[in-house]
Design a protein around this ligand. Sequence first.
Ligand SMILES: C[S@@+](CC[C@H](N)C(=O)[O-])C[C@H]1O[C@@H](n2cnc3c(N)ncnc32)[C@H](O)[C@@H]1O
Length: 208
Amino acid sequence: MPEEEPASEETDDSTTRDALAARRGLDSPVYAPAEDSGLLAEAAVEHARGVTLEVGTGSGWVAEKVLRVSDATRVLGSDVNPHATRRARERGVEAVRADLLSPFREESLDTVLFNPPYLPTDPDNEWDDWQEAALSGGESGRESIEPFLDDLPRVLAPDGVALLLVSSLTGFADVVEYAVDAGFRAETVAEESFPFETLSILALRRRE
Ligand SMILES: C[S@@+](CC[C@H](N)C(=O)[O-])C[C@H]1O[C@@H](n2cnc3c(N)ncnc32)[C@H](O)[C@@H]1O
């Protein structure tokens, strides 16, 4: 459960960020659902139950599907991007502005979903806008995934499950190794290949 109220919808620098997104030909500051969202949604509808959080909910498209179709009893969304939390709330998703899992309580989540920003990005080519925050996983591609995995053991219920989308561009084996070191067993529950990458959904559960 979130311990704090959502932050205000706008930030001082949002105008600049929106202008940068427009210059890149991207007319929305919120990630539009794509193949990765679809793969996560399919797996989530099958596996989600109890209190479910979608980290980095973006438009709330995945969370809304889970809310409508799965066995989840409550569906929350979180995102660093205030435009995203607003869009998700418009879809009926309870959304809070948050950095990864930080405001959520110990062992409070039965299911956690995350389609992270994962594209490996040269620091010299990083854009300072919300689309970059949705896409860039830093130099390794894992700069959001690793802190997420570091904090996951704290918030996940003892018999909970996390579904994490992993791209081959991000280094699938590196992510699995990091998850195992963080105390999880990892199982691939969905996979789809595209010309430039393979997307997998890892189900992470605590090791006995
Ligand atoms: C690839 S998009 C996925 C959006 C949506 N879940 C979907 O599948 O369509 C990644 C999302 O993570 C959000 N994000 C990036 N860093 C974050 C962080 N540290 N904490 C929470 N959300 C974050 C971005 O703003 C973006 O909405």
